[in-house]
Design a protein around this ligand. Sequence first.
Ligand SMILES: [Fe+2]
Ligand SMILES: [Fe+2]
Length: 135
Amino acid sequence: MPLMEWIDSYSVKVDSIDEQHKKLFALLNNLNEQMVQGAGKKALKQTLADVYAYTQYHFEYEESLMEKAEFQGIGEHRNDHTELTSNTLALYTKLGKGDYKLAIETMQFLRNWWNNHILMSDMQFSQLMVDKGIQ
Ligand SMILES: [Fe+2]
Ligand SMILES: [Fe+2]
């Protein structure tokens, strides 16, 4: 069973952001699958590095659209992104130490984080971007 499953309620009605969220789900599912199957440390670290790089790309992109839309909540939203970045790096360290139990727990954390962040935080700029014609 995939870790993250896309459903329409995740849509922020901005196509480019929806596409990036879908890609992130796919990358997280891939990482989770590798962990469940007991892939080697090297493979896991490489996959996590891919997740991390794409997460950074997505956050920068989303923040640039928030600036363009003059979204008032950008400061708080940026802090949320920074917090997740630290947590993703912490997972990288855990994997490096071969701490798979903690790594699996962190996957659950990542799943909850993305779920809550998209539904509660990203959703806050949705209507503003739609109104400003940002896609
Ligand atoms: Fe997002
Ligand atoms: Fe966000």
